[in-house]
Design a protein around this ligand. Structure first.
Ligand SMILES: Nc1nc2c(ncn2[C@@H]2O[C@H](COP(=O)(O)OP(=O)(O)OP(=O)(O)O)[C@@H](O)[C@H]2O)c(=O)[nH]1
Ligand SMILES: [Mg+2]
Length: 323
């Protein structure tokens, strides 16, 4: 995991802690929302639908105490196709190579079978685990203690030691408890030099984030199973100076779907749906790039792309990149 050479000069502001922290959990528990909240910026896309995140998203948080490199991961779920296999491996592939694992759950005192399975997986992992109970804004304060009790029973004991370093309630939505979570992460990180310079927020490229933002709008605006069959590729991404001297970025992107019938739904009557996806995405890409954006979207059908390794790779899901 630690494939980046540490920079030898400590940049101003960076203290003496540095490490990698992977965020895992069932789909939809709020992993991406929490990571964005922790770093104070929207990098990972989020939606109310499960299986939003498909690959690892790396972000970097640097402050006086040091540097945390966060890895947001797809929700742990065994999908039936190659994309599902890719996502499963992306979620679990780093656990033994990072310094800390944040296992995110939601505040229910009856632990689901999926979470029991994750607890069993974690008993095989050597890395220390912090259990984070998210979405505490959705329950009364009194409801949290029984959740803590239910999950602490799951951790198992190793040589008399509790499996979890700590159990922390948070709300990624309101920010409640997130400061305490950061304190706890810094406390448990090893000492060391930072991996990235202090201005780095993510290793994702602007193109990659733009493609994800388009996919996010498709996920949020389209109904039913259509968005789960979508991939987005950037065909063109070019900055230019307009005649009036202002900068503009011309972006052409393809929305890939699995069926002709889906293509019709994505385009919508008279192009209305594609127009909504495009303008919602354009507004956020403009925020990200801090420049005007001219976004053109096309829709293509690629049947069975989720089971085709070559196509998966060209859409950014490269099995071989995963270790
Ligand atoms: N009420 C509440 N909702 C939250 C909180 N955190 C996340 N959500 C919502 O939960 C939904 C899922 O959030 P995501 O961050 O996309 O969840 P995820 O775990 O990354 O999901 P996958 O990538 O699909 O595994 C979204 O609708 C979020 O707005 C929280 O603390 N409170
Ligand atoms: Mg996510």
């Amino acid at each position: 995991m630690q494939d980046t050479e540490r920079i030898t000069e400590v940049p101003g502001g960076a203290g003496n802690k540095a490490g990698f922290v992977t965020i895992i959990g069932r789909p939809n528990v709020g992993k991406s929302t929490l990571m964005n909240r922790l770093i104070g910026q929207k990098i990972a896309i989020t939606s109310y639908k499960p299986q939003t995140t498909r690959k690892r998203i790396r972000t970097v948080f640097t402050e006086d105490r040091g540097q945390i490199v966060f890895l947001d991961t797809p929700g742990i779920y065994r999908g039936a196709n190659r994309l599902g296999e890719y996502m499963y491996r992306a979620a679990l592939g780093t656990l033994n190579e990072v310094d800390l694992v944040l296992w995110l759950v939601t505040p229910s005192a009856s632990v689901s079978e999926e979470d029991r399975a994750i607890a069993r997986l974690l008993t095989e992992v050597k890395t220390p685990v912090l259990l984070v109970i998210n979405k505490t804004d959705t329950v009364k304060k009194e409801a949290i203690l029984p959740v803590i009790a239910a999950y602490s029973g799951l951790g198992g004991e190793e040589n008399g030691e509790e499996r979890f370093l700590d159990i922390l309630p948070v709300s990624a939505r309101t920010g409640d408890g997130v400061g305490e979570l950061l304190d706890c992460v810094f406390r448990h990180l090893p000492e060391g030099q930072p991996f990235y310079d202090e201005d780095t927020v993510t290793t994702e490229t602007e193109r990659e984030i733009a493609a994800e933002l388009i996919r996010e709008k498709a996920l949020r605006l389209l109904q039913e199973e259509v968005p789960h069959g979508i991939a987005v590729t950037i065909e063109q991404f070019k900055y230019r100076t307009r005649k009036d001297g202002r900068e503009i970025c011309d972006i052409e992107a393809s929305v890939i779907c699995e069926k002709n019938s889906h293509k019709g739904i994505i385009i919508g009557r008279g192009g209305a749906m594609l127009g909504r996806i495009g303008s919602a995405a354009r507004a956020e890409i403009e925020d990200l790039l801090q420049t005007q954006v001219n976004l053109k979207l096309f829709v293509k059908v690629r049947k069975d792309w989720k089971d085709n390794d070559l196509q998966l790779k060209s859409f950014g899901y490269d099995m071989k990149e995963l270790r």
